[in-house]
Ligand binder design. Structure first.
Ligand code: S3P
Length: 429
């Protein structure tokens, strides 16, 4: 277990790995396109490698060198039946988005994942994909992986999603590529729109109107060159660290700033953080920017309602920032966090309380009173990469050492996290 301790101010400039959500989608759409798709700055975490491995098992030739990935597309109808079970590892995005693609295939496939993923809700994709005509079975009344899928001959669907989920929306839109006519989805609150953007970039017709998004079936998808921007969900931990460590002044370069993902910055601003955003040119359909943050006094805020999907992966980092902000921060309507890689409401509340924070777990959120001095001890990540990074950041506000359990899980999304932190004066390696 690495021991992490309070350090000097964080200073310097650092870049973060490519965006995980965009990387998965670029690889999948490359596979379904005709021609060779070149992806630069592909996310190096284990989740996105799981997607590449699954695509290989479906007959797609994928080459990768460092973070450059070449996908030799087979067209919409070119995938072949996998000889073995597909393994999505820890990655919900791999499992749910691939389920949408597999629903459109006239062959049999089985997709599974690790202990955490096999416990996560899959009925939310099984139901709409069945309505489109796919046969899908799973454990626990078809609600949990492994999922077995026999697809093909899909009909278009008009679907009102019960939860705001980009993974569910994307699974339906990807299945919609295999249905004649228009498949349309409405969501209760706007979730990340990377699938829509990339579908258009690869040549599909995407129709947006009045809170719904649709795709026309059987589009002529064409290969592309895509540059993946830095992952704002990874940047969030470095920004959170600089926000709470006195004297810090940090620039994170080339961060994806899709408006459906940048809610974290809005919340930091509402808390009084000193943040500057400098747009930089992007090599794809996603905007990106350099972000500078300087330490300053922070005040509590309220995060709830329609704002939640835009910060869903950043709430662990925000919870840590809130422990150092003046007043009571309220996070509500975030019950979806209980269905992530861990029950993030419970695990973050327990982890921060164990370090001396005042955190109350609510059924749908957290109530955090601050500022509170944090102290050392053992930080339990429960195998959840974002919890592990959030607690490592919290440890920077503690004068004594913190033993972080299971730090290896961070490699799911951000293998070089400790290196990046060390490069701006954070933990020693
Ligand atoms: C993701 C969507 C979100 C997010 C996850 C990645 C995606 O999940 O939490 O880390 O890439 O579409 P939900 O769709 O379950 O909200």
């Amino acid at each position: 277990m690495p021991r992490v301790t309070e350090r000097e101010p964080l200073r310097g400039s650092v870049s973060v790995p490519g965006d995980k959500s965009i990387s998965h989608r670029a690889a999948m759409l490359g596979a379904l396109s005709r021609g060779t798709t070149l992806i630069r700055n592909y996310a190096p975490g284990r989740d996105c490698l799981s997607t590449l491995e699954c695509l290989r098992q479906l007959g797609v030739k994928v080459e990768s060198q460092d973070t450059t990935v070449t996908v030799h597309g087979l067209g919409l109808a070119g995938l072949s039946e996998p000889r073995d079970v597909l393994d999505a590892g820890n990655s919900g995005t791999t499992m749910r988005l691939l389920s949408g693609i597999l629903a459109g295939q006239p062959f049999y496939s089985v997709i599974t994942g690790d202990d955490s993923l096999r416990d996560r809700p899959m009925k939310r994709v099984v139901d709409p994909l069945r309505q489109m005509g796919a046969s899908i079975w799973g454990r626990h009344g078809d609600s949990k992986a492994p999922l077995s899928i026999k697809g093909g001959s899909l009909s278009p669907l008009v679907y009102r999603m019960p939860v705001a989920s980009a993974q569910v929306k994307s699974a339906i839109l990807l299945a919609g590529l295999y249905a004649p006519g228009e498949t349309r989805v409405a969501e209760p609150a706007p979730s990340r729109d990377h699938t829509e953007r990339l579908l258009e970039f690869f040549g599909a017709t995407v129709i947006r109107s009045h809170g719904t998004v649709g795709v026309k079936g059987n589009p002529p998808l064409q290969s592309r060159e895509v540059e993946i921007p830095g992952d704002i969900s990874s940047a969030a931990f470095l920004l959170a660290a600089a926000a709470i460590v006195p004297g810090s002044d940090v620039v994170v370069r080339g961060v994806g700033l899709n408006p459906t993902r940048s809610g974290f910055l809005d919340v930091l601003r509402a808390m009084g953080a000193r943040l500057e955003v400098e747009p930089v040119p992007a090599g794809g359909p996603e905007p990106s920017a350099d972000l500078r943050i300087r330490y300053g006094p922070l005040r509590a805020t309220v995060i709830q309602g329609q704002a939640i999907p835009g910060v869903i992966d950043e709430i662990p980092a925000l919870a840590v920032v809130a422990t150092q902000a003046q007043g009571v921060t309220l996070i509500r309507d975030a019950q979806e966090l209980r269905a992530k890689e861990s029950d993030r409401l419970r695990v973050m509340a327990q982890g921060l309380v164990a370090m001396g924070a005042q955190v109350e777990e609510l059924p749908d959120g957290l109530e955090i009173s601050g500022p509170t001095p944090l102290h050392g001890g053992t930080a339990r990540s429960c195998g959840d990469h974002r919890v592990a990074m959030a607690l490592a950041v919290a440890a920077l506000a503690s004068p004594d050492p913190v033993n972080l359990e299971d730090p290896e899980c961070i490699a799911i999304s951000y293998p070089s996290f400790f290196k990046a932190l060390a490069s701006i004066g954070g933990y020693p390696l």
